[in-house]
Every structure is written in structure tokens, then in C-alpha cells.
Design a protein around this ligand. Sequence first.
Ligand code: UGY
Ligand code: MN
Length: 248
Amino acid sequence: MEISALTRSVVKRNHAVISPDGYINSNVPGWTNCTVNVIINEQMGANLCQTLIKFKENGQLTGSTKSSQVFFYIVCGGCTATVAGETKPLEKGQFVYVPVNCEYLFNDAPGGTEILTFHKVYEPLEGYQTPSVLFGDAANVPGPSYLNDDALRLQVLLPDDLSFDMAVNIFTYDPGGHLPMVETHIMEHGLMYLQGQGVYMLDHEWYPIKKGDSIWMAPYCQQWFTAMGKEPAVYIYYKNVNRFPTIV
Ligand code: UGY
Ligand code: MN
């Protein structure tokens, strides 16, 4: 028998593991006929926001970005996205990057469609233009091996271009594949598992993780992962990049 007093979720000073069993929905103005879970945001101590939206019948998201850019990724199902006047159908694995000060509408989504979002306050860079709207498809993004390890593959979804101050990547680990070292870095992460399972080490604590789970890693949260099970483990993750790293 499951016991409802237990969860794998934890929220700590410099990391969090959020499993879907503890989701409580938020009402977001303009996002209608859908459930919204704010999985990571500044209330937690983070500098990013990550949400998961699940559509019911006739769900839609309308609004406009302000000082934050938003990356929308179709986890399952599909929809029609209209961003800055450009309309495209989106299905599983496809995405759209919505820059600051930009209107958007997501509709025509069958019930059960899930969209993951990453939000970050945009930091302009002198001499570079603010990025424009970008539609893409993870299926068309190459996944070269990571640090010469064929058990690990990394897909970089946004252009490697200084005008962007956030990266969104998909990391695939074959069973038994693992990060080649414990990472200790200033960049922050938000992530969600799209497939598989494994064990994440965060700040020297060990967590079993599986599809549907999300993780927040604050700057300098030490991190390592190994995939377990019979299928590759896959997560999509956010990282802040390309800006002067300190005010000191
Ligand atoms: O890009 C990264 O820092 C990545 N290797 N980190 C991670 O997957 N935890
Ligand atoms: Mn990292």
C-alpha cells in the first residue's frame, strides 16, 4: 500500500527535487482550462522559473512576456502557437523561444497536452540585439557524444550566440552512463526528466530520480548523475550562460 505521508520531494537551501505527487495547481491569469504547477521559482531562492502546464479541453495560454524571456517545450500532445504574429503547429519535442516584450497564444491543444516552460529575466548585452522568436524541433538537433563518452549525448536547443543569456539542452544517458566528474559551477540549473531513471547526487546527498521529476540546482550545488534501468535516461535542462558572472 502507498503511504501518503511519504514523498521523494525535498526543498533545500541549494537544491530541490520535486516529484509530481506533491503538485498543487496555481491559477495563472490568461492561462485557462489547464493546470499549472510552478515547480521552481524565486520563492525557492532560484533565479529562474520552471512550470509544467497540462491542458484540459479548450485550454489556452495567452499573454505577453515582459522582462523575462520564456522557452516553451512540448512534452506530450501538441498545440498551435502564435508568437509575435507568427503561427505554427507544435508537437512533442518541438519548442518555441519567446523573447521579452512579445505576445503569445497557445491553443488547439488536445486534452492531456503538456508544456514545460523555463523563464529568465533577460540581461541585454551591449553590442548585441535581443534574440527574436525561435521555433525549433529537438528531433532535428544533433546529439554528439559528451566529453568523448558515447554513453552520453548532449543536444543544444538554442543558438550558441552571445545574444542569448540562457541555454536549454537535452542530456541523454545510456543505462550505466554517468557524468564524468562531480560538477561544481556557478551556473544554475532547472531540469525535468523526460524518460528513464537514475540516481542524482546533489550537494553530497543521493536521490533516486525518474521520468516526471524535476530538479533545481543553485549556483555551486555540486552535482553528479548516473542512469539506471533498461532505457536511456533523458532530461531537459536550463542553464544561465554568456553574461559577466560577478558584480564584485
Ligand atoms: O551543462 C551542464 O552543466 C551539465 N553537464 N550539468 C548537468 O547535467 N547537471
Ligand atoms: Mn551542470
